[in-house]
Design a binder for this molecule. Structure first.
Ligand code: BG6
Length: 491
């Protein structure tokens, strides 16, 4: 299609996300020539800042956080010349009038329309306020050109998510709304679709007949850091399970869509969410384990207890770890448990998905057979490996499992884009495949709501403490029984 100039507005320009993710992503897209030849970036926030100092700070962000390391001075100057800071209170009409003036002038100067992107990198309480102002000022009303991007958390429960969807739905067309789940933009996550649906080796086995269980584990070494204010009223269930882990589960469990097409793909994912079994309260306490870290050591550095972290209540019952056993009640997956786990202050960062196949029903060897296992590593290493039995060289028929490995390092020379690069470019192109549709977000909230409610009703019940730098409460291994003794990890 026609390439329009792009006018990208970031609300919350002084925030962490802008500095760590959005600007480095936009800068990399620019240096790799993915942005349209004509573009402008308006950075809006309420603080009075000196524009030069503001840009220097963004440059420092690129130098610190970009996958490409230090920015090229000339490229940065080119980029920075198209970037401007707008000091404005999100609550005041002036802010939007000023923005409107700039957007109109930009289009007038180019003598054509532009694709307008409004990125909400703000605290959630500003979403409705900014959306209403954009609507009132007619800043985002061309449904083929103008788009808003909404970060998580999208609501804090099903009711608020529905309310927010309704609010936005009255002001913008669904195809203008891009709800971010940055896990969907990760290279190794996008590859799961290709792996499953472009190869015929695994797909015929991808069901209850051959798969014993699935483990989806997102371990983080970081603690809650400076985000206690947000995190303490959220917890791992809302922060990670409701969105990132649910989406990984969807990609593993979904049916093959009729075509590689945004609505069909999102339909297939939503169907998975709607098939997840709902537990009663006693079943929740049996199948969903929550934990909170206490003081410990990680890589020889002390980590204080969660309850001692900044902006966290000293009596907090907020979970920093969740492990759950879920079932997808449909024909393909009936009876196959999906184990989900995530936690902060764990020994290492490691996001992996393990698909464990069933034991061979026909046993002709004396040795114990280790079941076949497919391991998809999402980060920090990107690789897929398959574990299978093999004869140990020698004069006896003795077996030992070995691995077939695919690593990005060995197979590709291309650099791996950051999730935010892929996602921002998709927004510019108007491709919503990797974004959450209204019904998808609501379906994901519906899955976690009974757990949210049960934990709210019994705040301290079975909150397992675990030492920072360990793999979480032992109760999280118990839920794997009899499928596994402990959570799988890459050695
Ligand atoms: C965010 C969560 O959505 O994802 C954070 O709010 C978490 O708590 C982060 O640390 C993890 O993302 P990544 O890309 O570092 O795995």
């Amino acid at each position: 299609g026609k390439v329009y100039p792009a006018a990208i507005t970031i609300f919350g320009a002084k925030g962490d996300l802008t500095k760590r993710k959005l600007i480095p992503a936009l800068y990399n897209l620019f240096t790799d020539n993915h942005l349209p030849p004509v573009f402008t970036i308006y950075c809006v926030d309420y603080l009075e800042v000196d524009e030069v100092a503001f840009k220097d700070d963004l440059l420092a962000g690129i130098n610190e956080f970009s996958r490409n390391g230090i920015a090229d001075e000339k490229k940065w100057n080119d980029f920075a010349a198209r970037l401007s800071y707008i000091q404005g209170d999100f609550l005041k009409a002036d802010t939007y009038l000023c923005l409107k003036g700039k957007l109109d002038a930009f289009e007038k100067q180019n003598k054509q329309n532009s694709t307008r992107i409004f990125y909400f990198a703000t605290a959630p309480r500003f979403i409705e306020i900014i959306a209403e102002a954009l609507y009132q000022q007619n800043l985002c009303n061309r449904d083929g050109l103008d788009r808003i991007v909404v970060e998580k958390p999208f609501g804090t429960d099903l009711t608020s998510a529905k309310k927010l969807n309704r609010f936005l739905g009255k002001r913008f067309a669904e195809k203008q709304i891009y709800r971010i789940d940055h896990y969907l933009g990760k290279e190794a996550v996008q590859n799961i679709m290709a792996f499953r649906f472009a190869n015929y080796v695994f797909e015929p086995l991808w069901n209850k007949k051959f798969i014993d269980h699935v483990q989806i584990s997102v371990a983080e070494q970081v603690g809650v850091g400076k985000r206690g204010g947000y995190y303490d009223s959220s917890g791992a269930l809302r922060d990670m399970i409701q969105n990132h882990l649910m989406q990984l589960l969807c990609i593993i469990a979904m049916e093959c869509p009729k075509e590689y097409e945004s609505e069909l793909i999102r339909d297939a994912k939503t169907r998975v969410l709607k098939s997840i079994r709902t537990y009663s309260t006693p079943q929740i306490f049996k199948n969903v384990i929550r934990g909170q870290y206490t003081a410990g050591n990680i890589d020889d550095a002390p980590r204080q207890a969660y309850r001692k972290e900044d902006h966290v209540l000293s009596s907090s019952d907020t979970e920093t770890f969740v492990a759950a056993k879920l079932f997808v009640d449909n024909e393909r997956w009936q009876g196959v448990p999906f184990f989900l786990r995530t936690g902060k202050s764990m020994p290492i960062q490691s996001s992996i998905i393990v698909v464990q196949f069933k034991d061979s029903p026909h046993k002709i060897f004396k040795d114990d057979i280790v079941p076949n296992r497919l391991i998809i590593s999402i980060q920090p290493e990107l690789e897929i490996s398959l574990l299978f039995e093999s004869k140990i060289p020698g004069l006896q028929m003795k077996l030992k499992p070995v691995e077939m490995d695919f690593t990005y390092q060995e197979s590709y020379t291309e650099t791996i884009p950051e999730a935010y690069e892929a996602l921002l470019l998709d927004v510019l192109h108007g491709d919503a495949t990797l974004f959450m549709r209204a019904d998808q977000v609501e379906a994901a909230w519906k899955v976690v709501m009974p757990i949210v409610d049960a934990w709210k009703k019994y705040p301290a019940k079975e909150l397992h403490l675990y030492k920072a730098g360990t793999w979480g409460p032992t109760a999280s291994n118990a839920i794997l029984k009899p499928y596994a003794k402990e959570w799988f990890r890459l050695s």
